[in-house]
Structures are given as C-alpha cells and as structure tokens.
Design a protein around this ligand. Structure first.
Ligand SMILES: [Zn+2]
Length: 261
C-alpha cells in the first residue's frame, strides 16, 4: 500500500488531497537544502506578490524550527567551502536584495547564529523592484546597507545587473549582466563575489557558461528540490519558502524538498 492509498483509507478525499499536496510519503532527501526567500515583511492587502513576502513572525518561527531540528543556517559560500559537515545545515538565500533582509531578517539570523546569502541586483541599489508590476515598489538595499550586511557576515551574491531574463540576451548584454554585476558588487564591497542567482530562474547552457567564465563558483535556480551533492554547482536547486506557506509546508519542504505551489 502506498502513501496515497493509505491516506485515502484514513481520510477519504481529503486524505488524497493532503498527500498529493505534501508528498509526505517521499523519503527524506540527501543533500543540503537551499531555501529561497524574497522579502521578509508584512503582506500587502490584495497583493499578488504576497507569496514572496514572509511575515517576520513566520520567519522567526522558521529559524526556531531549523534550530530545534539541529540545522544551522549558512551562506552558499559556506557550503562550497565545506561541502560535508558534521552538522545538519540549510543554506538560506534571499533574492532581489530587499531592505527587509537588513531590517528584519538580519537581526533574526544573528540571534540564531546563522548566516545567509542575499542576491542583490547590482544596478538597482537604493531603488525599488521595478521589474515587478506593483506600485509602489518594495525598497531595495542601498550600497551602504549592502556593505552593512556584508560586514555582519552575510554573503552578498549577484542577481544580475538589472533583473533581466538572461537566455535571450546578446553576448554583450549577457556579459554585462553576469560579469558586469560581479565587478560592480566587488567594487562596492571590496571583496570577492562568488555566488550568482539567475533572475526568474531563467538559464540555459550558454548562461551557465557565462556565469562560470565570469568567475562565480556557484549559481542557484528556481527549480524546486534539493540537489543531492555539488556535482553541478551552477544549477543548484532550491526550495521556495512562501509567505502563504503553513508551518507544515515549511517542515516538509525542508526535509522532503517539496515546495507547495
Ligand atoms: Zn528576482
């Protein structure tokens, strides 16, 4: 008897829905989960983007849950530096570089002794997420705020220069987005930038090669799941943590690599 039928026997149609939704019968995944966050902050009434806004109290609960289960939150570079570790770990990533990463996520990370990687859009510092169709936009980290995060031990990665999808770009444009954004951020920080995140999860073999050639060590995609190892560091899967997730969603995403759609 598989899990779906067992659930059906226990809970009827609701049980099937439950089991399909969470895939809870799937075995625990090997590898280190890479969690994908965007904004940590309150929902906006009626906004379609609320799935990317994790309220602060939920974020705190999630960090507590990680700690309770023996996980340490780390930056992507930490995973590259020490691929295997004695302790359970979860890489925490924040896309787009919202100010909430400094104002709300950082204090919670520090109080748990965790680190993280924040992927910023290099030419949009101090601006807003004008690539999303919502007014007013969410404030993005300024150059000084990015330096503050870096000084606090948070890894700064690149999310491109302008948050454009990369696969349709000319060679020059692709170079500007991938290598150019790295140069911009390294000048801003005075330190190496080695992690990249494909905007919209849009990549192909040519984009991967551009990231490798630009000097990055790893790049993350949006494809859900947990990469079992680091054999393909430029296509690292992630598990999305959404503002609409329940506590059970979070726990199963962490251990099973499943994101609720
Ligand atoms: Zn993004």
């Amino acid at each position: 008897m598989n899990g779906a039928f067992l659930a059906a026997g226990l809970g009827g149609a609701a049980g099937v829905g439950f089991s399909l939704r969470f895939s809870w019968w799937r075995p625990r995944r090997p590898g280190t989960p890479v969690l994908m966050y965007h904004q940590v902050g309150p929902h906006r009434p009626g906004s379609a983007l609320n799935r990317w806004r994790v309220p602060e109290k939920d974020f705190l609960w999630q960090l507590d849950a990680l700690a309770r289960r023996g996980y340490r939150g780390i930056a992507l570079r930490d995973l590259l530096d020490t691929p295997s570790a004695q302790t359970r770990r979860a890489v925490l990533t924040f896309d787009d570089g919202y100010r909430g990463a400094l104002e709300r996520a950082l204090p919670a990370l520090l109080s748990h002794g965790f680190s993280a990687t924040v992927f910023v859009v290099a030419d949009k510092t101090g601006g807003v997420n004008d690539w999303d169709a919502e007014t007013p936009g969410e404030p993005l980290l300024s150059a000084d705020e990015i330096r503050t995060l870096h000084a606090a031990g948070v890894e700064i990665g690149s999310h491109g220069a302008t948050h454009r999808p990369l696969t349709g770009l000319s060679g020059d444009e692709l170079h500007r987005e991938v290598a150019g954004s790295r140069d911009t951020l390294e000048r801003l920080l005075g330190a190496p930038v080695t992690s990249f995140c494909y905007p919209y999860g849009d990549f192909d073999d040519r984009v991967v090669e551009a990231a490798r050639a630009a000097g990055y060590r790893a790049a993350t995609v949006i494809r859900g799941g947990i990469s079992p190892d680091l054999s393909d560091p430029f296509r690292l899967k992630r598990v999305s943590v959404r503002g609409t997730n329940t506590r059970l969603d979070f726990t199963l995403a962490l251990t099973r690599g499943r994101s609720r759609l």
